[in-house]
Write a protein that binds this ligand. Structure first.
Ligand SMILES: O=C(CO)[C@H](O)[C@H](O)COP(=O)(O)O
Length: 218
């Protein structure tokens, strides 16, 4: 598949969000990654459906909404109604994972499951065929600007084996956390297909040039 770059707005300048989103789209980003944190599941707070709705009006890029919240079943429809194109949830936050994934997909939104660095790939065993994507966290969730955890690359192998065994090539592999100009080529070579990067893009001197560089390197 064509590899995709998904800049994470977590590290963007929130006072100039409109400019930064336009710049991101013009530079050729494939997806916009939105990190939703509730201060409970992770020790940080970001934003919610009202801002997603505004972003939806601003760009045609697919909106990839990563929910780092407790009880996502209770509020999932707010994210769908706000215009999310993709929604991923952490399995440990959900009571009935299969039901929630089915609900998301029934609304024509792509559904994904997120694994933290310490969550094994084996937990995907009985849910993989119904997913659109799996997001492997390469940092512990909650903050941008952390260091990439290299051991997570072993999970890429485990995921690719499981996907092959279960014959579900349609389930895409995304990685998020600590991805930068220096390590993106190695991560791509390992088999990752969708790359989330926040601080490496939005804290760089030239956002457009960094996006172009990363896309060229995939
Ligand atoms: O989900 C996240 C943190 O929970 C962020 O998307 C992720 O960490 C990206 O930021 P950076 O590229 O700066 O690591």
């Amino acid at each position: 598949m064509k590899k995709l770059l998904a800049p994470s707005l977590l590290s963007a300048d929130f006072l100039h969000l409109e400019d930064q989103i336009r710049l991101t789209e013009e530079a050729g980003a494939d997806i916009l990654h939105l990190d939703i944190m509730d201060g409970h599941y992770v020790p940080n707070l970001t934003f919610g459906p009202p801002l997603i709705e505004k972003i939806r009006q601003l760009t045609d890029l697919p909106l990839d909404v990563h929910l780092m919240i407790t009880n996502p079943e209770e509020t999932i429809d707010m994210y769908i109604d706000a215009g999310a194109d993709w929604i991923s949830v952490h399995p440990e936050t959900v009571r009935h994972l299969h039901r929630l994934i089915s609900h998301i997909k029934d609304q024509n939104v792509k559904a994904g499951v997120v694994l933290n660095p310490a969550t094994p790939v084996s937990c995907l065993q009985d849910i993989l065929p119904v997913l659109d994507y799996v997001l492997l966290m390469s940092v512990n969730p909650g903050f941008g600007g952390q260091h990439f955890i290299p051991d997570v690359l072993k999970k890429v192998d485990a995921f690719l084996r499981l996907r092959e065994q279960q014959a579900c090539p349609q389930v895409k592999l995304e990685m998020d956390g600590g991805i930068n100009r220096a390590n993106i080529a190695e991560i791509s070579k390992a088999g990752v297909e969708i790359f989330v990067a926040g601080s490496a893009i939005y804290h760089s001197e030239n956002i457009a040039e960094t996006i172009l560089f990363m896309k060229k390197t995939l």
